[in-house]
Design a protein around this ligand. Structure first.
Ligand SMILES: *Cc1c(COP(=O)(O)O)cnc(C)c1O
Length: 474
């Protein structure tokens, strides 16, 4: 199993090399040279496995045995996917949502430490990074910017891990009280929260400025854990398989998935699983008002937006203007034509749109890849949260509501529709209150977390200041 760049660079890398590197040398993203397949016999055998063993079986498809030994990988997945971390032996329970739409299910991906689906992959990354750095005798200073979910998932995955520090920038007054408490109450010596007086883009600009200082980057071992990390995508393929197995009794059945999407990371894993032979009928891509992806799948025009055209919505983890993982899908759409992908992204990097609506590949997209798309507005998600609660007694969060809303217009008889639950409603309490008239109750542990002292360094937006902090503490 070797990896190549979406833009055609001739270098090939192993999984563990790709794990710690960001972009390919030519600016592309790394993908498997060829996608392995799931066999019918494997799917049957996997029905009996606990989650961690399924994770081992699926990840073995992406990792050569002479890269990470199978016994090591088994130990890492076993340490990651535990009841202690994810709240149940099931790890990702599947529950029926027939009361809202007959045949609809929820796959719970948000029972990890930070109550968002990003824990599913990030927790594994914590174990994989620690293993790989120890093997290389190397250290890593992870620098990131977050508007909420990614930063906390990274911190909870990396806390206390050897040879790793996390420096996480967040916009000082823009996160919810719950998100602030979650991140800033951590006391681990290797976790450094930096609140920037400004908005998310100011944080992002600082990360770019520091990363563009190549000498500093090398000297201080700067790395990232952003959504283009291939290890995260590979880990996410596992729960598509798990969801399929939970919703079917034999491999003759097919299922569909509905995915609340921002950077195209979650649904990319679904696309990969389908390409590897998992019997997925349809992948329903849901966006909020920031509909750059829905627009592409409906029209063939990909038009990344400037930040001024990116709205602040009540499903904030999907407020993106360009989708960082989308390039990987386009590489598959054009059958691995790296030169063509490189040409399209030369346009994107100039801030321009591209239009592939007249190509045979785009015309065949829905048939070949099974992806359909739709958008959801604030009114839609409020109505969906309210209706799901009224009919089933269950509270869902704003992002999951976007997916449930879009999924409802793509139901097909006899094909279960699995909506991916990407966060707990308690993280977005104000909007949930607007929908149902009360806030989701906090558990005793969460109440206690809200009262803990917070540890954060507050700074003006200034990259030099961040470099000094890393130089001192990293
Ligand atoms: C990150 C996130 C998303 C979007 O996932 P992508 O992989 O960026 O498409 C959706 N919902 C929640 C709650 C998230 O945290």
């Amino acid at each position: 199993m070797r990896y190549l760049s979406t833009r055609g660079h001739p270098v090939r890398q192993s999984f563990s090399q790709v794990l710690l590197s960001g972009l390919a040398e030519d600016g592309g993203l790394m993908l498997p040279e060829t996608l392995p397949k799931f066999t019918d016999a494997e799917l049957t055998a996997w029905r009996a496995l606990p989650y961690h063993a399924l994770a081992h079986a699926v990840l073995s498809k992406f990792i050569a045995p002479d890269d990470i030994e199978p016994a090591t990988l088994a130990a890492l997945t076993q340490a990651t996917y535990t009841k202690a971390t994810f709240g149940s032996d099931d790890i990702t329970p599947l529950s029926a949502l027939d009361a809202f739409a007959p045949g609809m299910h929820l796959l719970e991906l948000s029972n990890g430490p930070t109550l968002a689906f990003k824990d599913m992959a990030m927790q594994l990354l914590g174990h994989l990074f620690e293993f790989e750095l120890a093997r290389r005798g190397a250290r890593l200073n992870i620098l990131g910017a977050t508007s909420g979910d990614t930063g906390s998932a990274a911190e909870y995955a990396m806390r206390g891990r050897r040879n790793i520090n996390v420096f996480m920038l967040s916009p000082a007054e823009r996160m919810s009280a719950f998100q602030r408490a979650q991140m800033y109450s951590l006391t681990d010596a290797n976790i450094h929260n930096i609140a920037v007086v400004g908005v998310f883009d100011d944080c992002q600009d600082i990360v770019k400025a520091v990363s563009n200082d190549l000498a500093f980057k090398r000297r201080h071992h700067i790395g990232t854990v952003n959504s283009i990390n291939w290890g995260r995508i590979a880990a996410q393929v596992v729960y598509y398989v798990r969801g399929y197995l939970a919703a079917t009794t034999d491999n003759a059945g097919r299922v569909s998935f509905a995915v609340p999407s921002g950077n195209f990371g979650n649904i990319l894993a679904g696309h990969i699983a389908r390409d590897m032979g998992l019997p997925i009928a349809t992948l329903v891509l849901a966006t909020n008002e920031n509909d750059v992806l829905a627009e592409f799948f409906q029209t063939g025009v990909y038009r990344p937006r400037p930040s001024a055209e990116t709205f602040e919505t009540s499903s904030p983890s999907m407020d993106i203007s360009k989708a960082s993982n989308f390039e990987r899908f386009v590489y598959h759409l054009f059958d691995g034509d790296g030169a063509r992908v490189a040409a399209l992204w030369r346009e994107v990097e100039q801030g321009r749109a591209f239009d592939v609506s007249q190509t045979p590949e785009f015309r065949a997209l829905r048939q070949r890849f099974g992806i359909v798309a739709g958008r959801s507005t604030h009114a839609d998600r409020i109505a969906t949260i309210r209706e799901v609660h009224a009919k089933s007694g269950r509270l869902i969060d704003t992002h999951t509501a976007d997916a449930a809303h879009v999924a409802r217009s793509h139901m097909a008889a006899d094909v279960p529709m699995i909506v991916l639950e990407t966060a707990q409603p308690v993280k977005f309490a104000a909007t949930v209150h607007e929908a149902v008239g009360f806030e989701p109750p906090l558990t005793p542990a969460q109440q206690q977390m809200m009262r803990l002292p917070q540890r954060v360094t507050c700074i003006e937006p200034n990259a030099e200041r961040v470099k000094r902090i890393i130089a001192e503490l990293g």
